[in-house]
Design a protein around this ligand. Structure first.
Ligand SMILES: Cc1ncc(C[n+]2csc(CCOP(=O)(O)OP(=O)(O)O)c2C)c(N)n1
Ligand SMILES: [Mg+2]
Length: 488
């Protein structure tokens, strides 16, 4: 059913919708949606398993726009794929209370699986999604099924690649061999201030290779056929996460702005939009999806719905085959917590003699882990001190994804953002842990968790300024005030 000519025209439709919505809003970032339209449409059309009729469908792959400033890319896709975003919603881009805010917001727009905007955070949370998926599949036997294997697709830009959090996360993902991760790197050599050569000259592919990632090169990711070939290759795992290094031109199609940082973050201007449309052979009125593109996407949506229904049947048969297993699956999917949990945890807390609060916390955590199968987490190399190991839970690893204790390594920000991804995946109540003073290193992640209203637990021990021999670097002073100012 895939039709290269119509896929190309659909990608061009994304370009025009993005440019027009940003022009109408008088603000936004056209360069990235224009540059990534070919890859993103090919992905959504041919490879992404999703179900527009049910955005929360559990068999779905996840799509993460880590380069969140390119929000008109995902909004155009959600419109074309009938996720309920109307043309009026696109016309209201960036307006107060619209469904199309400046950066994608989880829980606000159907089909947006994560809030992004702070660069690199989406990438790092994708790693958490993959961890949660691995664990859920291993704990429920779904890893042995032929039908359950959601992939996590990410689009990242130069900014994401420059941020430290993506390096932390990529290092962990490569170590854990999370081969369900397929990240597209929009390698367009441009960021806000100009050419990336101003500040960024390393070999990103070589860095990721060293992280134990597979590199797939796409020398012209403004050619749908090349995107298709790269994705086809990415679908066959070699046991490592995949980075598709895609060469694009920022602002592709806009004849006077293509390849220039001037297309990054301001409207193209009416004249340039007219030139773009002429260049790509579009003569429709503003905010119009050509009829053949509409029909093509509608037909694909109908197919996707059928594919999802077939998947649901297999899943139901899997549940029906084993009632006990079905119960376990449900406890994860619903992140079930017993109604009397507070009572049970209080009972578990040692009261007979004075103990350090972290020891008490550790005892309570054992009980919580017993009562809540989906409770899943770990520490940034401080578990022996923060008392967060679940006894008998085993270590989470590439070889043992059923393990319950995640060793995040000394990567607090990566851990915090992975925790967000774990919560967003929908099958885990994550906890993460370090010394209270190092919550500083997790602050951007905690803020995003708060904005997304995620159920995440942080275990911060050594919370007294009077920590003693470690000295002033380990004394938490302003951290409590910082945490208290988060939106909840
Ligand atoms: C953590 C963070 N720092 C800074 C910004 C502001 N910002 C938004 S886009 C951007 C440049 C990103 O460049 P790139 O990823 O290459 O995007 P492109 O210009 O190719 O669209 C910056 C610095 C941000 N969104 N997040
Ligand atoms: Mg760039």
């Amino acid at each position: 059913m895939y039709n290269e000519a119509l896929a190309k025209k659909s990608a061009n439709t994304i370009r025009v919708l993005a440019a027009e919505a940003i022009q109408k809003a008088k603000s936004g970032h056209p360069g990235m949606p224009l540059g990534c339209a070919d890859y993103a449409f090919t992905l959504w059309d041919k490879y992404l398993r999703h179900n527009p009729a049910n955005p929360k469908w559990i068999g779905r792959d996840r799509f993460i726009l880590s380069a969140g400033h390119g929000s008109m890319l995902i909004y155009s896709l959600l419109h074309l794929f009938n996720y309920g975003l109307s043309m009026d919603d696109l016309k209201n881009f960036r307006q107060w209370e619209s469904l199309t805010p400046g950066h994608p917001e989880y829980g606000h727009t159907a089909g947006v699986d994560i809030t992004t905007g702070p660069l690199g955070s989406g990438f790092a949370s994708a790693v958490g999604m993959a961890i949660a998926k691995r664990h859920f599949a291993a704990k429920t036997g779904l890893d042995k099924s032929s039908f359950y294997n959601p992939r996590i697709f990410v689009i990242s830009g130069d900014g994401c690649m420059m941020e430290g959090c993506s390096s932390e996360a990529a290092s962990l993902a490569g170590h854990l061999k999370l081969d369900e991760l397929v990240v597209f790197y929009d390698d367009n050599n441009i960021s806000i201030e100009g050419n990336t050569s101003l500040a960024f000259s390393e070999n990103v592919a070589a860095r990721f290779e060293a992280f134990n990632w597979r590199i797939i090169r796409c020398d012209n990711a403004n050619d749908a056929a090349q995107c298709d070939a790269a994705l086809a290759q990415a679908m066959v795992s070699d046991g490592r996460p995949t980075l598709i290094v895609g060469k694009t031109a920022i602002g592709y199609g806009a004849p006077n702005k293509q390849g220039k940082s001037s297309s990054h973050g301001e409207p193209l201007g009416e004249e340039e939009i007219a030139a773009l449309k002429q260049n790509i052979g579009f003569d429709e009125a503003p905010f119009t999806v050509p009829a053949d593109v509409r029909a093509y996407c509608d037909a694909r949506c109908a197919e996707l719905e059928k594919e999802a229904a077939a998947w649901d049947k297999e899943f139901q048969a899997f549940l029906d085959a084993d009632a006990d297993r079905a119960k376990v699956i449900s406890s994860y999917l619903n992140t079930e917590v017993p109604a009397n949990i507070a009572e049970e945890l209080l009972k578990a807390a040692p009261l007979d003699k004075p103990v350090a609060s972290r020891a008490s916390s550790g005892t309570v955590l054992q009980k919580a882990a017993e009562l809540v199968p989906s409770l899943f987490g770990g520490a940034a190399d401080l578990a022996p001190s923060t008392k967060t190991d679940v006894k008998g839970g085993g270590d989470f690893s590439a070889e043992n994804p059923a393990g319950r204790n995640i060793h995040f390594g000394v990567r607090e920000l990566g851990m915090g953002l992975a925790g967000n991804g774990m919560a967003l995946f929908g099958t885990a109540i994550p906890y993460t842990s370090t010394f209270f003073v190092f919550s500083d290193y997790m602050k951007p992640a905690i803020r995003l968790a708060a904005l997304q209203k995620l159920h995440q637990i942080y275990v911060f021990t050594h919370d007294s300024f009077y920590v003693g021999e470690d000295g002033p670097t380990h004394e938490p002073i302003e951290q409590i005030a910082m945490l208290r100012t988060f939106p909840v």
